[in-house]
Design a protein around this ligand. Structure first.
Ligand SMILES: *Cc1c(COP(=O)(O)O)cnc(C)c1O
Ligand SMILES: [Zn+2]
Length: 269
């Protein structure tokens, strides 16, 4: 059992609603579970394969998910760099090992599964890279049409190629990425496509499993610090949200320090 809650004003929405931002104040929505209703043990989780779906009790999808076997990525012990830095316990989680080559697959398996559960007949996003490649692959798996909007001339060619190969309809628009984002949002609302940019509250639910897996791979130990790349900070907030849920379930007893790294040429935060 869960509901959608506005992160700003606390307004509550039913999960059957097709809604991306708060009707009252326009802020983002987050998925809030009834923690007392969650009945699972860590042992039970540990018996399942390491993947996004190991943690299905803390995910919004109820039926059979649209999955390409995402997650379960390796956690490497970085002994050489760790030695240089004086950190004997330095690890890297290789998210490039996901089906389309990025951590976006964790969000999209949940987002596209929800699109199907909500009865949506097509999906869309604005993206210059990993998001479109991932959405296109999951839409193909689900058998629903996918529309990708992108700013003309400002894209990662390899990633657009991936979206095209998976049969997405790729449309370039005049204007920058923010304009593409605005247009896709309008298009989704006016034409009933399901929006899968990071405003979508369900994508973050999948992305939080990076933190769950890392802790399981460390034998249940919480790292002192988790360092993540930051774009609009969806992923890092998802990981933190997930860890707070583990804490609420009593599966961990402390939280790591979270550190976000943003590129100098792209620093929205
Ligand atoms: C999407 C993405 C990011 C940014 O993630 P946010 O959730 O926007 O913070 C960083 N690195 C890679 C490789 C990505 O695909
Ligand atoms: Zn609100």
């Amino acid at each position: 059992m869960y509901r959608l809650v506005c992160v700003h004003c606390g307004a509550i929405y039913s999960p059957d609603q097709i809604i991306y931002t708060c009707n009252r104040c326009g802020h983002l929505l987050t998925v809030e579970y009834d923690m007392d209703g969650i009945d699972v043990s860590r042992d039970e989780w540990n018996r399942r394969p390491l993947s996004v779906w190991r943690y299905r009790e803390l995910l919004p999808v109820r039926g059979e998910p649209v999955s390409l076997q995402e997650g379960g990525t390796p956690l490497y012990h970085l002994k050489k760099i760790g030695k240089e830095l004086g950190l004997s316990e330095l690890y890297a989680k290789h998210e490039g090992m996901n089906p389309t080559g990025s951590f976006k697959d964790r969000g999209m398996t949940v987002g596209v599964s929800m699109a199907c559960e909500l009865g949506m007949k097509s999906v869309a996003c604005a993206s210059t890279g990993n998001t479109s490649a991932s959405l296109a692959a999951y839409a193909a798996k689900a058998g629903v049409p996918c529309v990708v909007l992108l700013p003309a001339g400002k894209v990662a060619l390899g990633k657009v190629a991936q979206a095209l190969m998976h049969g997405a309809r790729v449309i370039s628009i005049r204007g920058n990425f923010d304009r593409a984002l605005e247009m896709v949002h309008e298009l989704c609302i006016s034409h009933g496509l399901y929006l899968l940019n990071s405003v979508n509250p369900y994508r973050l639910e999948g992305q939080k499993t990076i933190g769950f897996e890392a802790i399981d791979q460390l034998g249940g130990e919480v790292p002192d610090r988790i360092v993540l790349p930051v774009g609009n900070a969806g992923n890092i907030s998802a990981v933190y949200k997930g860890l707070r849920e583990l804490e609420a379930l009593g599966f961990i007893d402390r939280l790591p320090m979270m550190t976000g790294i943003q590129a100098a040429g792209s620093q929205p935060v």
